[in-house]
Ligand binder design. Structure first.
Ligand SMILES: Cc1cc2nc3c(=O)[nH]c(=O)nc-3n(C[C@H](O)[C@H](O)[C@H](O)COP(=O)(O)O)c2cc1C
Length: 190
């Protein structure tokens, strides 16, 4: 069950113009809050963005689909919510691995609720700090964009190490994944 969910989740970059309920957004943050944390320090804070004007402002500070820059969402297809993941440097100076785990928890709960998501690392952190009024003791680690999916990407097997996602003639996004035999070893590496 959870395996099926994890392998079928795809990054979604185009969204329907339908709002996301507060309950689902809170559930996503709650799942992140209860996720594993190194030394149980729990140094992360979260901002949910769902205000109409702020959604537009945040959108202008994001970058999409590095391998296919033309493919990013139009303003009509933009995310209908964001969750910003912040590192509280008064608790821990570096994020360790907590941020990625939190982002995945948010993405999986969103997916389970019928939403699509995109973890965003290519963000203008200086502008976002101003837009979201984030104080200096918090680093903006990642954003998770959320909304109801308006695309259905598929996975392919990566051939000869080519991992760049690509679009077919029908406009379907293909996401190459490295084969299991390339990434898995048993007991020792060689
Ligand atoms: C840490 C991290 C940062 C990412 N940053 C961006 C980003 O800035 N823009 C974007 O369009 N996608 C971003 N992605 C999404 C990846 O491109 C995507 O996960 C990858 O192509 C694999 O697709 P899949 O999630 O459908 O398996 C990011 C993913 C991760 C894990």
């Amino acid at each position: 069950m959870i395996y099926e969910k994890i392998i079928s989740r795809r990054t979604i970059r185009k969204y329907k113009p339908k709002p996301v309920s507060k309950e689902i957004l809170i559930k996503c943050v709650d799942a992140a809050r209860l996720s594993p944390s190194g030394a149980n320090l729990q140094p992360l804070k979260y901002i949910i963005v769902n205000d109409e004007q702020l959604l537009k402002d945040v959108f202008s500070a994001t970058r999409w689909a590095g391998y296919l820059p033309e493919y990013g969402p139009s303003e009509e297809e933009m995310p209908r919510a964001y969750i910003a993941i912040l590192l509280d440097k008064t608790i821990r100076q570096t994020p360790g691995h907590d941020v990625g785990i939190a982002a995945m928890s948010i993405s999986m709960v969103a997916y389970d609720e019928g939403l699509g998501s995109c973890i965003l690392g290519a963000i203008d952190r200086t502008r976002l700090r101003e837009i979201l009024k984030v104080p200096e003791h918090l680093d903006i680690s990642l954003l998770v964009a959320l909304g109801y999916p308006a695309e259905s990407p598929v996975i392919d097997e990566a051939r000869k190490g080519d991992i760049k996602y690509w679009l077919d003639e029908e406009g379907i996004l293909h996401v190459p994944k490295r084969p299991l035999e390339e990434v898995l070893r048993w007991n020792t590496y060689e």
